[in-house]
Design a protein around this ligand. Structure first.
Ligand code: ATP
Ligand code: MG
Length: 245
């Protein structure tokens, strides 16, 4: 049987005496695109961070290609970080670094043999692809929220990942910028990348995802296929509004 790229087994997370995620169970296979949808505060971002190994669960285990993330050694962890990348809902760009430094860092860590010229060429390539056209020697505070999103997206692409975790990555963007990023993700989808994303944008969900996981109050309340929502208007409205049956 094929090993899932990412698997969450019985994941629960408690913080400050609050159950944030309860018994989440998801297996994501190579090349699949899965959307996490649900109301605000339901736990989508938290679940995505858990799946990406960025938060340690209170109980349960997350597996990357069958290996528990919690027992990975440094080199396995570095390999996982290289193969996967994350776009944070709030972009999470370093305030005290220039955009160039922010984009350079993953390349410096994962490809120390790269020359400065090669790094710059790669950075320019991902920025152009993402549609960021301004200078790089400025700080995130000098960007609009949408431009920060473009840099966060470019940073996630810079090491050419195979697994993408995207949290509301088209939020704050105008229609054409949003279309551009969706097109990039679609291309990556065709290349066999595995994509897990959070979105409130129904057309993005419909266009990209094969599986839709509805999260309500920190629990995976149901899973539906995109085919279901195209054939069932009531279900489509539930996904759009983030409500369950
Ligand atoms: N470290 C933490 N400590 C305490 N509560 C937390 C922590 N992290 C998240 N929460 C809470 O868990 C809940 C889920 O948060 P999360 O950010 O995952 O929601 P979300 O579904 O992504 O919402 P949105 O659609 O608004 O982005 C929220 O009530 C949030 O306040
Ligand atoms: Mg969120």
């Amino acid at each position: 049987m094929e090993t899932p790229v990412i698997e969450l087994r019985d994941i629960s997370l408690t913080a400050q005496n609050k159950n944030i995620i309860g018994n989440a169970q998801v297996s994501i296979m190579q090349g699949q695109t899965v959307a996490f949808v649900g109301p605000s505060g339901s736990g989508k971002s938290t679940l995505l961070k858990l799946a990406g190994g960025l938060i340690v669960p209170t109980s349960g285990e997350i597996y990357y290609l069958g290996n528990p993330i919690s027992t990975m050694n440094r080199s396995q962890n570095l390999e996982f970080r290289l193969r996967s990348s994350f776009v944070f809902q709030d972009s999470a760009l370093w305030a005290n670094q220039s955009l160039r430094q922010i984009l350079e860092l993953p390349l410096k860590i994962h490809f120390p043999q790269m020359t400065e010229k090669q790094r710059t060429a790669r950075i320019v390539e991902v920025c152009v692809e993402a549609g960021y056209k301004r200078e790089l020697d400025i700080r995130p505070s000098q960007l609009s929220t949408g431009e920060q999103k473009l840099i966060a997206f470019a940073r996630a692409m810079v090491c050419d990942p195979e697994v993408l975790f995207l949290d509301e990555w088209t939020e704050s963007l105008d229609e054409s910028a949003s279309r551009r990023l969706v097109k990039i993700v679609k291309k990556r989808q065709k290349e066999g990348n595995t994509i897990v994303f959070v979105s409130h944008n129904f057309s993005v969900i419909e266009e990209l995802s094969q599986r839709i996981c509805m999260i309500i109050d920190g629990r995976l309340s149901m899973e539906i296929s995109t085919k279901d929502i195209t054939q069932n208007k009531a279900l489509a409205q539930m996904v759009e509004k983030g409500i369950s049956l």
